[in-house]
Design a protein around this ligand. Structure first.
Ligand SMILES: NC(=O)C1=CN([C@@H]2O[C@H](COP(=O)(O)OP(=O)(O)OC[C@H]3O[C@@H](n4cnc5c(N)ncnc54)[C@H](O)[C@@H]3O)[C@@H](O)[C@H]2O)C=CC1
Ligand SMILES: C[N+](C)(C)CC(=O)CC(=O)[O-]
Length: 471
């Protein structure tokens, strides 16, 4: 699914939305009065274009065009999705929504990135409340899939359903917040943690760095994969959640929490926190920190994807939906993808083991093409690799767009010989070649045997076509 998106307000969050939509093939128009907006969004886009494709094994869709326009009306005319990401002030949001509704289609989704306002507050005085809802993202919007989708009672159910479909199609996870509440679900949670952290710094119990370490070396890792309740269920041992609550429930009466009590945000507290934060991370620029954060997120998300867990499961499903079946071009393009950060080694280039993986992926794609697919394997037949010879011809780096092409050099009886070539998309440089010999096997006897007739016939056709071109 694709369409056109209007981004109103192109700061940290609007820029992230623009990148997410454009990288998923949407045409994007942006309005932001800041004369620096184009430069800033360009930098967000560069970050996003480097890392988002690393989450996928499938080739990314063709990138949608991004256009900067001079008025809200130009941005929203004909747009299917309008994302308001102006500063967190209700008066500004009301003014901007009025301007948007004067020029947009009544059927368009009009979503706000607001961290705290309820949709009914945004709808006050609106020309058409039905199309307005909250779609609250998380920074960086181009990597983190969660969107808190919050309609009010006045929101149009059909438009909300469409909003969910669009978000899913661009790889996001719309969490439908059923009852509107200030700061939705996740920001209430973040605020609670933030308040406790402020107290701990103010009272001199911990520094900003010690608090960050308390999160990232421990429970922060658990939260990314199981969240809060599932984590605690496991912590209850064999007796599960009931036992956990019996043991820890009463503690809430103890002085363990100051959550209802807000520390005064004095200049002194701001100086204390800002000073500690400078001491902790001031040696790195914001862009360096963003890069570090993005690389770590890619590695975590890819690990979760490998396990089919939490946000990784979502990316896996989205990846599968982006996969296209092979055409009949010669040679066949069997892999088209971006090299992820977690594939590099101590030399800063792609580890040699990953070449093997890529050529193996290419063979699997070819197997699917000739009918030796999952069903065929489930029925007890497959190909095993017997010999591989790889030549590494040039360095390959994280973030590079690569493709593998495959020719059938021999397809006779149980023998299959493939010739793979790996190229960098940017300059067509030949990066590596692979000579691979496979044998058709019975998964029952684990011994070689001829393929079933339909696979043999498909292989014959492909081998003949490839031989013709090579001759
Ligand atoms: N920064 C964050 O971590 C998150 C922020 N949000 C929400 O996203 C919204 C935007 O926040 P940020 O991007 O952080 O702010 P920001 O300050 O980075 O960006 C706001 C942008 O709006 C532009 N702007 C101001 N008036 C405008 C107008 N009348 N029309 C169009 N553009 C206008 C500004 O020039 C600026 O580029 C807020 O509602 C915020 O609560 C949501 C999730 C996370
Ligand atoms: C601090 N914040 C309220 C703007 C945070 C968010 O809204 C979500 C996030 O990305 O942490």
């Amino acid at each position: 699914m694709t369409g056109s998106a209007a981004i109103i307000g192109g700061g940290v969050i609007g820029g992230g939305w623009a990148a997410r939509f454009a990288l998923m093939r949407w045409e994007v128009r942006i309005f932001d009065p800041d004369p620096e907006a184009e430069r800033k969004i360009g930098e967000v886009m560069a970050n996003a274009a480097r890392v988002l494709p690393m989450l996928y094994e499938a080739p990314m869709p063709t990138r949608g065009a991004i256009t900067y326009v001079g008025t809200v009306a130009e941005a929203v005319a004909g747009a299917d999705w309008i994302q308001e990401s102006v500063p967190e002030r209700l008066d500004i949001k009301h003014r901007v929504i009025a301007e948007i509704q004067a020029a947009c289609s009544p059927d368009a989704v009009l979503a706000s990135s607001t961290s705290g306002f309820k949709p009914s507050e945004l709808q006050q005085g609106a020309a058409r409340s039905g199309q307005i809802m909250v779609a609250h993202p998380f920074n960086p919007v181009y990597l983190l899939p969660l969107i808190e989708l919050v309609p009010s009672a006045a929101s149009d159910a059909a438009i909300v359903t469409r909003a969910k479909e669009i978000l899913t199609a661009i790889g996001m996870y719309p969490l439908h917040v059923r009852a509107e509440i200030d700061a939705h679900i996740a920001d209430r949670f973040l605020e609670a943690v933030w308040r406790e952290a402020l107290w701990l710094v103010k009272d001199g119990i911990a520094t900003t760095e010690e608090i960050d370490n308390a999160i990232r070396y421990g429970f922060g890792l658990r939260w990314a994969q199981m969240g809060l309740f599932e984590t605690y269920r496991v912590a209850g041992g064999e007796a599960g959640m009931r036992h956990f609550m019996a043991q820890f429930g009463p503690c809430l009466q103890w002085p363990w929490t100051k959550l209802t009590d807000v520390p005064e945000f004095t200049d002194e507290l701001v100086d204390l926190i800002a000073g500690q934060s400078d001491a902790q991370s001031g040696h790195m620029g914001i862009r360096d920190l963003e890069r570090l954060r993005d690389n770590n997120l890619v590695a975590i998300l890819r690990a979760l994807k490998q396990q089919g867990a939490a946000a990784g499961k979502l990316i896996l499903d989205h990846d599968n939906s982006l996969r296209a079946s092979l055409g009949d071009e010669i040679p066949l393009v069997t892999v088209r993808r971006v090299v992820p950060v977690d594939w590099t080694d101590i030399n800063g280039h792609m580890n040699e083991g990953r070449y093997g993986q890529l050529f193996s992926d290419a063979s699997e794609e070819l197997m699917i093409h000739i009918g030796a697919d999952r069903e065929y394997i489930a029925a007890g037949h497959s190909y095993f690799t017997a010999e591989t010879s790889i030549r590494y011809l040039a360095e390959t780096h994280a973030g590079e767009d690569i493709r593998v092409t495959t020719r059938v050099a021999l397809g006779a009886g149980k023998k299959l010989k493939l010739w793979h070539q790996m190229h960098r998309a940017a300059d067509d440089a030949l990066l590596a070649t692979c000579d691979q010999f496979l044998l058709h096997v019975s998964l029952e006897t684990r011994r070689s045997c001829p393929p079933l007739p339909h696979v043999a016939a498909a292989l014959d056709r492909l081998a003949a076509a490839h031989a013709e071109v090579t001759a």
